[in-house]
Design a protein around this ligand. Structure first.
Ligand code: 6GU
Length: 244
């Protein structure tokens, strides 16, 4: 997988991605990260890339041309050349925006099938709609709240996609058994040594060595945790199983 990120904060994206599991994966050549600094494509001598919004209103917008030139640079780096005039989009371009589709595991799975992805991170009050229409294929939000820019959202999406790429997780089972891959239920609580801490005991069944009892207990816990913390997911789960 190769990621190209169009951003005005390339260092922020780089340093976060180089840390931890994604950092190791890029060291091993499983994922490549490259950033293009949109500010390098300013169309004026002041180096600005933003402007006031037509029709009035607070705040500034990122202009079309710097974003478009950064996009063309990313395409060149991916070996794609100039896009055809036909309006075809040679690579999926994910625009991070609170007005996008809310990001879920299913979308991460879909994106993990691509060989390369371009991420467009907005700032100020957003980006001129015309360049979005011209280059973007997917508009994604990471939840119903507002961030100052798209970088943290892009990092969240890149991380969720990266861990689905074979070899990125050391234990291949991990991606299978975790929340959202357990038939729509959340994960059960887990415990490690010692068996008592601050007067809190590890549930007796987990020390019993009885695998059937352990499995049964964990399934009950998955249902309980989902019902208590995410009633919306629990309802979906019950509907899926034909229980209403
Ligand atoms: Cl993708 N961007 C911004 N700026 N805020 C957000 C978001 C994205 N997703 C949720 N809030």
């Amino acid at each position: 997988m190769k990621y190209e990120v169009l951003t005005i904060f390339p260092d922020m994206v780089d340093s976060a991605f180089r840390t931890g599991v994604t950092g190791r994966a890029s060291g091993e050549g499983l994922i490549e990260l490259d950033t293009v600094n949109i500010r390098d494509y300013s169309t004026n001598s002041y180096g600005s890339i933003d402007g006031y919004t037509y029709g009035g209103g607070a705040g500034m917008l990122m202009q079309c041309e710097p974003v478009y030139q950064a996009y063309l640079e990313a395409l060149r780096r991916l070996g794609k050349g100039e896009p055809a005039d036909s309006g075809t989009k040679p690579v999926r371009v994910v625009y991070l925006t609170p007005t996008g589709e809310v990001f879920r595991q299913k979308k991460a799975e879909e994106l993990a099938n691509e060989k390369e992805l371009i991420f467009l991170c907005g700032h100020y009050e957003g980006i001129d709609e015309r360049v979005i229409d011209e280059i973007v294929t997917d508009r994604i939000s990471i939840g119903d709240y507002v961030l100052t820019g798209g970088e943290i959202a892009a990092l969240a999406v890149m991380d969720a996609v990266a861990r689905l790429i074979p070899g990125v997780l050391k234990n291949e089972d991990s991606a299978e058994t975790e929340s959202f891959n357990t038939g729509g239920l959340l994960e059960y609580p887990q415990y490690t040594r010692p068996d008592e801490w601050h007067g809190r005991k590890v549930p007796e069944v987990l020390l019993s060595g009885d695998h059937a009892r352990v499995d049964n207990y964990r399934m009950h816990e998955m249902r309980r945790v989902t019902r208590e913390h995410r009633p919306d997911l629990y309802e979906e789960y019950m509907k899926h199983r034909g229980i209403n």
